[in-house]
Ligand binder design. Structure first.
Ligand code: THU
Length: 143
């Protein structure tokens, strides 16, 4: 589906959050001490996960969401429907700006982002308003 989110059943946020918490324990975060886990529900029904991987050259750090997108694509799981990012504590962690843009490309503004237990998820469009995307790129390049 072009730039949209596949329809599917309800999202099991408890399970998605738990998957993010689990993978956060595998983070390589010796510099910041912040272990981040990201879990995404793909349109094929699979849950893909990743954690942050830091580097002694700090700027080379890989955010958890970037690893998630890499797994999504490598596994040919399709678009993302829903994402939970935590610091391994069951609480949602705000995806950084770069990761919001990276996620957008793989599910659009309709991706549902975990806002925590008992809270309605928010859409990525709310977290990244006025986003630059592939459509704008296509329509604005020089002839
Ligand atoms: N981090 C993520 O993995 N994702 C985010 O969206 C926010 C930040 C990681 C990067 C770095 O390893 C640590 O959190 C502290 O910034």
């Amino acid at each position: 589906m072009a730039n949209g989110v596949a329809t599917g059943g309800p999202v099991d946020w408890t399970a998605l959050r738990a998957a993010a918490d689990r993978v956060a324990t595998r983070a390589h975060a010796p510099y910041s001490g912040l272990r981040v886990g990201a879990a995404g529900l793909a349109e094929d029904g699979e849950v893909v996960v990743a954690c942050n991987v830091e580097n002694a050259s700090f700027g080379l750090t890989l955010c958890a969401e970037c690893g998630l997108v890499s797994s999504l694509i490598a596994g040919a799981h399709g678009r993302l429907r829903a994402v939970s990012v935590t610091a391994g504590d069951g609480q949602p962690l705000a995806p950084c700006g770069r990761c919001r843009q990276v996620l957008l490309e793989h599910g659009g503004g309709g991706i549902l982002v975990d806002a925590g237990a008992g809270r309605a998820p928010v859409t990525l469009a709310v977290l990244l308003p006025g986003a630059f995307d592939a459509e704008e790129l296509d329509s604005r390049r020089s002839p």
